[in-house]
Write a protein that binds this ligand. Sequence first.
Ligand code: AMP
Length: 413
Amino acid sequence: MKFSAFNFDSRLSEGIEASGYEDATPVQELVIPLVLEGKDVIASAQTGTGKTAAFLLPLINNILSTPFDEHSITALIIVPTRELAIQIAQHMEGLSYFTSVSSIAVYGGGDGGAFVQEKKALSMGADVVICTPGKMIAHINMGYVKFSGLKYLVLDEADRMLDMGFYDDIMRIINALPAKRQNLLFSATMPSRIREMAKKILHNPAEINIAISKPNEKITQLAYVVYEAQKIPLVKFILHQKEFSSVLVFCSSKQAVKQLTRELKRTKLAVDEIHSDLEQDKREEVLMYFKSGRLKVLIATDILSRGIDIDNIGLVINYDVPHDGEDYVHRIGRTARAAAEGTAITFISEKEQRKFQSIERLLGKEVPKEKIPEQFGEGPEYRKGHHSHPNNGRGHPNGKRPGNFSRNRPAGR
Ligand code: AMP
């Protein structure tokens, strides 16, 4: 379906064209008409489906075509991480480029100047505000945030936000909003706690289901059954064995990311790390180098497993087994994007075997186990039903509550 069928404002159509979009993706085809009609929507859709434009486009169009309170925030988009806030703000900037619609991203980690700019936008009015929960609460607590004319609320990656412990913050923000508003909720998965939250927030929502819970067929998946101590030498071996375009290594804890980065830097590989202990500027810089291809190997916590759009990743290594099947699909889905092939390798230590078996059940197939190279000695046996720690390797997804950060453009119309 062509975007022209939506009859968007011509200034918005220019932005769509300039972004290089021609046909709407399935989630856009389903969600856009519902939002334009004013309906609440609950959609299960993952990153990569075009879900961001599915809510941004009708919001921008509605803001352009209906009167609104200039001294209030009109649309509020709540997201789990700074990275996602920045990414959505960039999307927003591209799509709204030829319009008068203003937007600002509000997230932790910024400096005093950013705070002043945020305060100005939040107190004097901004069309679209993209925020992480913690930073928005900080502003609300100071008493100047103007929600009186708010008409739209979007919760993006709602399951991720609940995993990160943001339920109370989200409900506090929602309590500060006018009761009459249009609500959109996007989530990669729909566990019952999301449905319960949706019941409290949405009014008679239309339900859309675009979830892809199976990995892309183009990803070659394999696993090594190893002892914990064999993991670092095996990563080194894999990285030196073959040229990969870009490599993303996921670890479940910041400590593991730091340790592995230290070890790999000694081998003279172009390696860097990304996790929530780094300053925001540093995180952005590392991500930029990695996206540009200048940095070959990036070691990350699950902060990068969702919502981040990077092409050309030839290999994903799960240094440890992800918490569940959805996380696994998200992590390995960072490779084989943009029509390329990709490989995903998972290391399974003894205590992670049970967890990996439940992931294999969700995938509906066994992931082939490679034999570890002889020089590393024997690995453990892969035993079905082998016991593991119930919450092994899972901490808080990125260790601490994300705040906010980059600014799209100062508010003001
Ligand atoms: P998302 O799922 O929102 O993270 O989007 C994934 C990627 O698809 C982003 O790089 C978008 O810019 C791109 N995209 C979104 N909608 C379209 C479209 N209709 N046509 C082409 N690319 C799109």
